[in-house]
Design a protein around this ligand. Structure first.
Ligand code: 5GP
Length: 117
């Protein structure tokens, strides 16, 4: 497993070094809007502590992030009057991961509406 790189873009967002649209924060997690949304309301949930992906996560990090994912999945469904929600997560480049700080995508969904590429 490659080591965690503290210069990844989400670490910079956490440190406030680059801007983001923050929508939720607690002691352990942060959520902000995806810069290239594949659905209206597409947001990302990350732990505040260094973690490359699920393969690298502690049970505590997973529990904290999933608790926030569930909270925001419910909230974003209400906010966008959605009928469903897609929760997506990628691990390592071969698994589709592009930013190497653990994150979950939360995407509100409507019947018959595809995700944007
Ligand atoms: P993944 O690693 O899950 O494949 O993709 C990373 C996700 O982060 C993409 O959906 C991309 O649009 C998003 N992303 C990449 N750079 C930024 C950024 O600087 N700000 C925000 N808010 N999202 C980003």
């Amino acid at each position: 497993m490659t080591a965690y790189d503290p210069e990844n873009i989400f670490a910079k967002i956490l440190r406030g070094e680059i801007p983001s649209t923050r929508v939720y924060e607690d002691e352990d997690t942060l959520a902000f809007m995806d810069i290239m949304p594949r659905a209206d309301g597409h947001l990302l949930v990350i732990p505040k502590t260094p973690c490359r992906n699920v393969l690298d996560a502690t049970p505590e990090q997973l529990a904290a992030v999933m608790t926030t994912v569930q909270k925001l999945a419910r909230a974003v469904m209400r906010a966008f009057d959605a009928e469903g929600v897609t929760i997506q997560q990628f691990n390592e480049a071969a698994g589709g991961q592009e930013v190497f700080h653990l994150h979950f995508h939360v995407l509100p969904r409507h019947e018959g509406v595809s995700l944007r590429p």
